[in-house]
Design a protein around this ligand. Structure first.
Ligand code: MEV
Length: 331
């Protein structure tokens, strides 16, 4: 039986989580060292009564019975089947999902699973989809997973380049050529994106005028920092990037998006020589990122290893490297 496959990767948000929900710009970067691979193969069930079985690390069975974010795929898969497969006369299919992206850590695993499945089903049906179609399909499951999802995860996990994103307006891919390496660390704690997004909204729309005004100012400031961040990336100004990350973390903490473990990891990274650090993604668990400058003499950032060790010692369950430039490997 022929297998049809599709892949997608994880992502991190460099700047603009939460403020992006409120129409401020954000920058996301692909984390190419993580991957979701979906494999689709026909199972002989007729088009008028198709079966969809799913097999992944934590669940094997009918997609209709799948838990959590996997269950959110049901509506997507049925839609894909009806719009792509039925016209081609295809039978039902089984899906196998192989993932190296941790779940519920704000790394875009749910969006990446959706993208990989869409690409695999399109391949199975022999249909070529444009990027807008892939995005629209992926938002079907993302909007169930995260009510009011901005679409940033969907764009970022489908792109091989950095993305400048303004909700409902623009998504512009660009090449990032800035000295320095980001270390991504998983706190090991399930992220509370939905709760954090709700908490920010209740602050913004608080009946206490002062509180609402202050939250609005913080969101505005995050928007300004996104523009500053883009400029720093373009100029290769790693030092400014570090300051921007630090300020963003402070603001997100004020918006109750951080937690003690993320704060501990951020402090440990800075102490070990990172020139900036912040939580990334939805917060209240999930991941953080730390910026390490390149060592100008060797071209290899020696601090990368000490920051990684410090993060692990402070409780990170895993770390990944994300160079801000394409160039020699930093290992
Ligand atoms: C989650 O990865 C990013 C948030 O900004 C939510 C969203 O954009 O939908 C917190």
């Amino acid at each position: 039986e022929t297998k049809h496959s599709g892949t997608a990767h994880g992502k991190i948000i460099l700047i603009g989580e939460h403020s992006v929900v409120h129409f401020k710009p954000a920058i996301a970067l692909p984390l190419m060292s993580t991957e979701i691979r979906a494999e689709v193969s026909g199972n002989g069930s007729p088009a008028d009564d198709p079966r969809f079985a799913v097999d992944c690390e934590y669940f094997t069975g009918s997609l209709a019975d799948a838990p959590g974010n996997l269950g959110n795929l049901q509506k997507l898969v049925v839609t894909l089947f009806n719009s792509l497969c039925v016209p081609q006369g295809c039978e039902g299919f089984d899906i196998k999902i192989i993932s190296s992206i941790p779940r519920e850590r704000g790394m875009g695993s749910s969006a990446a699973v959706a993208i990989a499945v869409i690409r695999a089903v399109a391949d199975y049906a022999g249909v070529v989809l444009g990027s807008q179609e892939v995005f629209d399909y992926a938002q079907i499951s993302e909007n169930i997973a995260h009510e009011n999802a901005s679409g940033l995860d969907t764009i970022a996990t489908a792109s091989n380049q950095a993305v400048w994103f303004e909700r409902g307006e623009t998504a512009e891919a660009f090449d990032c050529e800035c000295p320095g390496t980001l270390i991504v660390a998983d706190s090991g704690v399930k992220g509370g994106t939905r709760e954090a997004v709700a908490a920010v909204r209740s602050m913004l729309y608080s009946r206490e005028r002062g509180k609402a005004r202050e939250a609005a100012q913080q969101i505005d400031r995050l928007g300004e920092l996104a523009y500053a961040c883009l400029q720093a990336l373009r100029k290769g100004d790693t030092a400014s990037l570090g300051f921007i990350m630090d300020e963003a973390h402070e603001i997100l903490t004020g918006l109750t998006v951080s937690d003690r473990k993320l704060d501990t990891l951020v402090a440990a990274a800075r102490k070990a020589g990172a020139i900036g650090a912040k939580l990334t993604g939805g917060g209240r668990g999930g991941c953080m990122i730390a910026l390490v400058a390149d060592d100008l003499r060797s071209g290899v950032p020696a601090t990368v290893k000490s920051v990684e060790s410090a993060l692990k010692a402070a409780g990170a369950v895993n770390t990944w490297r994300l160079p801000l430039h394409t160039g020699p490997d930093t290992d």
